[in-house]
Design a protein around this ligand. Structure first.
Ligand code: ADP
Length: 263
């Protein structure tokens, strides 16, 4: 088990290095100031988990034999978690570069939204059993015309954000309805919401607001990827503010309904 985890960590470290090199090259065309800001943000996001992994690996190598099984297990868990975080981040960066270089070519297939949402609820449940997701799908809802995998990733990002920024005390709702030829999917949480002036900015790359403790919670890529994917599928995604509603955030995705069912 130890060897497997260490091998995985080594792979993640290698990939992260590669991404950092690529990112350096990719931002070379951007303005110098922006470039510095992006690079320092990127370096930080990569360096923090790398430092934890390296530290844990060194400790295991030097003291592993003499450690209690509990301490060893703790270190392995932390390596696993940090590796997963790096892998997610590197995956996000990869998606971002694919979007920006126009390499995302979404499929255009009928997607059964009820099945998609049900699958997601199950997946989120495995990730965090405490998160409560209420769903409501309009009766006779036709399939949307979209790319199933991309749409699933978008909705996953939204639900994962609700989990990160609202917590699991309050339920999240996913509603699916039809407005003439458009399928409308909304994800609504009951958190503290998003200030009006940030409603568009949160979709920008690397835009993130600090959590209560002043540390950013994520990488600021999830929503820009979500918008990139939805736009590539011919749809729209926007955020609604607590000024419109009493509290909480709502993300609304619009996609065409599949042609054979469109009336
Ligand atoms: P990340 O979560 O990695 O920081 P995102 O692009 O997913 O990046 O989100 C950008 C920012 O939007 C977050 O840093 C957070 O401040 C804000 N945000 C996203 N979803 C929510 C939500 N459900 N409630 C409150 N704020 C949110």
């Amino acid at each position: 088990q130890v060897t497997a985890v260490l091998e995985q960590a080594a792979i993640a470290i290698d990939r992260a290095r590669l991404v950092r090199e690529n990112a350096k090259a990719a931002v070379a065309q951007e303005g110098e100031k922006l470039q510095t800001a992006l690079l320092s943000s990127l370096s930080h996001d990569l360096r923090t988990p790398l430092a934890s992994i390296t530290g844990a690996v060194t400790t295991l190598r030097e003291l592993g034999e003499r450690m209690s099984p509990e301490t060893r297990a703790d270190l392995l868990v932390s390596i696993e978690e940090e590796t997963a975080r790096l892998t997610r981040f590197v995956g996000n960066l990869f998606d971002m570069t694919r979007i920006e270089s126009g390499m995302v070519k979404p499929k255009s297939e009928p997607v059964d939204l009820e099945a998609l949402v049900a699958g997601l609820v199950e997946r989120m449940g495995r990730l965090d059993g405490r998160l409560e997701i209420e769903t409501s799908i309009a009766q006779g809802m036709p399939p949307a015309l979209a790319d199933r995998d991309l749409l699933e990733q978008v909705l996953f990002n939204l639900l994962d954000n609700a989990r990160k920024y609202v917590g699991t005390e309050r339920p999240v709702s996913v509603y699916v309805r039809r407005e003439s030829e458009t399928a409308v999917i909304s994800v609504t949480d009951q958190g503290k919401g998003i200030p009006h002036e940030d409603l568009e900015a949160i979709f920008e790359k690397f835009h993130r607001r600090a959590k209560g403790d002043g540390r950013p919670a994520g990488t600021g890529l999830g929503l820009s990827i979500a918008r990139g994917f939805v736009t590539a599928m011919g749809g729209t995604i926007k955020a609604e503010s607590p000024a419109v509603r009493k509290r909480g955030s709502r993300f609304v995705i619009r996609l065409p309904v599949a042609a054979e069912t469109a009336r």
